[in-house]
Ligand binder design. Structure first.
Ligand SMILES: [Ca+2]
Ligand SMILES: [Ca+2]
Length: 353
């Protein structure tokens, strides 16, 4: 991501006022979290010297599916990646190789509760696709207290910092793809982290007293990174990192205990995601292999509209149809308690990462 990590005080107040007036608050039968935007991005871990966790853990959640752009993307399968909308469509590094986006494939996702856009987008990579397994998309929001893995290509941990009554770190100038852990702190959030967007989200909080094994928060460049949650014996993608919330006066480019990490709730967008990711290459309206020809019958690499590649062997995508929303509506209300605690307990400013 680019840009600043904080805004002048007056600007913050104005943004808050606009937010409160917005008619979109009709959707606030849900938990609504007012958030202030500023671009931000790596996973900062509290453990050790902060340089660890740059390779897959023994119980691998899918580390190789997390790719680097300037920020981060997660490879879903069938050529598609997901990222925060404010992350651009650039060449993606996966498995040490560079993959180029398919022109015209970028698709912004919409908040399922309202006719507004979310800070979440998909784009497709040109064939041949990376030899990676598809990621399983979580079907329901996480629960408060669930332990998750956060992974992103943000800043390394820098020098220690004491600010007011809290401790933390400056962000280093270097970035690495790194994973860490945390616990879900609130669910069912509706977060405005940019002009005109509302993103269904859940949060984690960097805790000093109740740490997970690799307690983590996010920084500039982690946007688009994944939040993985184990369901039985299988890892699933539960969230996509897009913002952080810090205290009002917290210095830019720092992480302090108590800071909140915000992730788009993948379950809320699952149907939309699958409606794109499941479309075969030979009927998606895109030139997926870059030969200037699109789909069946124009591209002679397509044997039928159902052919899943314009040039290369079939890549299978798991997942079923777009029928999740009814269940998700009921789950959203559960986020209210967590949200109130969040809003009452902290004076927050949300920053894109
Ligand atoms: Ca195509
Ligand atoms: Ca083609």
């Amino acid at each position: 991501m680019s840009g600043t990590t904080s805004k002048p005080e007056g600007c913050r107040r104005n943004r808050t006022a606009r937010t409160l007036r917005a008619p979109l608050l009709v959707l606030a039968a849900l938990a609504v979290l007012l958030a202030l935007a500023a671009p931000a991005g790596a996973v900062i871990i509290a453990t050790g010297d902060g340089t660890g966790n740059t390779t897959a853990p023994e119980d691998d959640f899918g580390f190789a599916n997390v790719g680097k752009v300037r920020e981060t993307v997660v490879y879903l399968g069938n050529g598609w990646v997901i990222t925060a909308n404010h992350v651009g469509s650039r060449d993606v590094e996966l498995l040490g190789e560079i993959y180029t986006p398919v022109p015209g494939s970028r698709t912004r996702l919409r908040n399922p509760e309202a006719r507004v856009s979310a800070d979440l987008a998909l784009f497709r990579l040109r064939e041949p696709h990376p030899p990676l397994p598809p990621v399983r998309l979580r079907e329901t929001p996480p629960r408060i207290g669930d332990e998750v893995i956060l992974v992103g290509r943000g800043p390394d941990r820098g020098d220690p910092l004491e600010f007011e009554d809290r401790s933390g770190w400056h962000w280093a100038d270097t970035t690495r793809l790194r994973w860490g852990t945390n616990r879900v702190h609130a669910i069912g959030l509706e977060v405005q982290a940019g002009v005109g967007d509302w993103t269904r989200a859940f949060s984690t909080r960097l805790s000093e007293t109740a740490q997970t094994p690799h307690e983590a928060a996010v920084g500039l460049g982690d946007s688009g990174g994944g939040v993985f949650l184990k369901n039985g014996d299988r890892w699933e993608l539960a969230g996509v990192l897009f913002a952080t919330q810090t205290s009002e006066r917290q210095p830019p480019r720092t992480t302090l205990y108590g800071n909140i990490t915000l992730a788009a709730d993948v379950a809320a967008y699952r149907a939309q995601i699958l409606s794109h990711v499941s479309v075969p290459s030979c009927s998606n309206g895109l030139d997926d292999d870059g030969d200037g020809l699109r789909d069946h019958p124009e591209d002679d690499g397509c044997t039928s509209p159902e052919d899943r590649t314009e040039a290369s062997p079939l890549v299978t995508v798991t997942g079923d149809g777009p029928e999740e929303e009814a269940r998700l509506w009921t789950v959203v209300a559960l986020g209210f308690g967590g949200l109130l605690a969040l809003v009452v307990g902290l004076a927050l400013a949300a920053r894109r990462i």
